[in-house]
Design a binder for this molecule. Structure first.
Ligand code: CS2
Length: 504
């Protein structure tokens, strides 16, 4: 998702043709190309946060549908950096998605993104497009922190600098919620039906959460607008799933060798993809189900399952794996103690909290373990470790609360939290600095500096971050005792040995 991927250092090779509308004929004949006339497609969707995740996920589903539904193409927007625009513009929006596993790498050229706008330099064009009736869906992948909310409560953070800015400058907003409110305000004023707002980020109850944030911001601007947003705008919830590591120069070379053309920013991903969507699109939608999405009435059980099973395991593995010296998820999965920990975490501690009639959770777990072990997918642990303060509540803390309320143990879940606390200290087990990327990094490192390597003090300091832990967990004795015990062990014997001890 946007913010997680570094821009490629792309220097076109003089001998090889660059991917573009005119070079499609030069592509190796066994590579799939857009199955429709790109000159005939028109935009129906604006997507905010046109990072790697969107391009490996929703844009592929839309690409599958454009042949029959040409009025649903995507205009992407990047809110922070113009790098995606710079990579895709010379390529007429075309890019390669390469699916990788042990059996090989399979590229395909995607054409569903008509163009990319840079929200900073082209804000007016973007807002005007969002306000126009042809746009019926605005979708988002802006990462957890892009919603400017308090992760523990899911409420708009009114002190967030971008929100303060957007309230003072409502017609020239910076934040994703601010862009949505301004575009909706223009539609409201012009009597145009609102677009549906579809979050594709890993937030809990993402539809309801984004509705709460956007209607609150709208009401701070104008009470009547706030009511209109709350009553008339649809915010379908989604569960999105596909593992998308950031692209490296080596990936660029692999893709060029397979396709015969240069792509400045191909996307590498796994074979698996899943999209569960709440069917709430009053102004219409593409037939996403024809491309394999599941349209359901209530998406929350799916979201909870995915956030707690996949993302909860990912974050646990990321903090412990980083401290243990692993670079990629598949490296950590090469250690039987890590596999036993993650398997045990899901089976013993997460699965009993899920209510999923009709879903074989054991099979879901086994498939996750297989996906994590994919040796061809170079998924950096550090990439997952980013923004933990925004991720922990929905990935680990919700499960912990449910189990504590039922008097059940949290041995492995609390190890994930302890490893995060140890990680955000910013110093690894060899005494080297860790590049901790997190909106709260400065505060957390100050807390850690005050605590030194005293587990109790570190826990007390970090659990006081109410936007992460709420106001209940700090006083929970079981939680405190478990996390402090694990921290003690992490300081004492390190992450690899702690994992071995916990799995016995
Ligand atoms: C990962 C996710 O970076 C992370 O935090 O846990 O991006 C994960 O790969 C996706 O949610 C998989 O669908």
């Amino acid at each position: 998702m946007e913010g997680h991927y570094s821009a490629p250092d792309f220097e076109p090779e003089t001998l090889m043709t660059r991917l573009s509308a005119t070079s499609l004929a030069a592509i190796s004949p066994d590579i799939a190309l857009p199955a429709y006339d790109r000159a005939a497609i028109t935009p129906g969707i604006v997507h905010l946060g046109i990072g790697a995740f969107h391009r490996a996920h929703m844009a592929v589903y839309v690409d599958d549908l454009l042949k029959d539904q040409p009025d649903w193409a995507i205009v992407g927007a990047s809110l922070r950096r113009p790098d995606t625009k710079e990579a895709l513009e010379p390529q007429d929006g075309l890019y390669t998605v390469a699916v990788r596993d042990a059996a090989g790498t399979h590229p395909r050229v995607i054409g569903s993104i008509l163009k990319v706008l840079d929200a900073n330099s082209e804000r007016e064009d973007l807002l005007a497009l969002m306000a126009s009736p042809q746009i019926r869906i605005v979708s988002l992948t802006v990462t957890e922190k892009g919603y400017c909310h308090d992760p523990a409560t899911g409420e708009l953070d009114q002190r967030h600098p971008d929100i303060v800015h957007d309230l003072a400058n409502p017609t020239a907003p910076k934040s994703a919620p601010g862009m949505l409110v301004e575009a909706l305000a223009r539609r409201h004023a012009a009597g145009i039906t609102p677009f549906a707002v579809m979050s594709c980020d890993n937030l809990p109850s993402n539809g309801a959460t984004v509705k709460r944030i956007v209607s609150k911001l709208a009401s701070l601007r104008d009470a009547a607008l706030g009511e209109w947003v709350a009553d008339k705008v649809a915010f379908p919830g989604t569960m999105v799933d596909r593992i998308v590591p950031s692209t490296t120069d080596a990936d660029r070379e692999i893709v060029a060798a397979l396709t015969g053309v240069e792509d400045a920013w191909p996307i590498m991903t796994e074979p698996f993809t899943q999209w569960v969507i709440e069917d709430d699109f009053p102004d219409g939608r593409p037939a996403f189900e024809k491309a394999g999405a599941q349209l359901v009435e209530d998406v929350e059980p799916f979201e909870r399952m995915k956030l707690r099973m996949l993302n909860g395991s990912h974050s646990t593995m990321a903090y412990l794996g980083y401290l243990a010296g692993h670079e990629y998820v598949s490296d950590a999965m090469g250690d039987p103690a890590f596999v036993a920990l993650i398997r045990g975490l899901m089976t013993e501690e997460v699965m009993p909290t899920l209510d999923m009639p009709g879903t074989d959770l054991g099979a879901y777990r086994d498939q996750l373990l297989e996906r994590f072990a994919n040796p061809a997918l170079k998924h950096r642990i550090w990439q997952i470790a980013m923004d933990g303060s925004q991720k922990l509540p929905q990935r680990l803390l919700g499960t912990i609360r449910d189990r504590l309320a039922a008097g059940q143990g949290i041995e492995r879940l609390s190890l994930g939290v302890a490893a995060w606390m140890r990680y955000v200290m910013g110093i690894d087990e060899k005494g080297e600095n860790i590049d901790v990327r997190d909106p709260l990094a400065i505060r957390m490192m100050a807390i850690a500096a005050g605590a030194g390597s005293d587990p109790e003090a570190l826990f007390e300091g970090l659990v006081g971050l109410a936007e992460v832990f709420g106001d209940d967990l700090a006083d929970n004795e079981v939680f405190g005792a478990d996390v402090v015990e694990h921290l003690d062990s992490l300081f004492d014997v390190g992450a690899a040995e702690t994992v071995r001890e916990v799995v016995g």
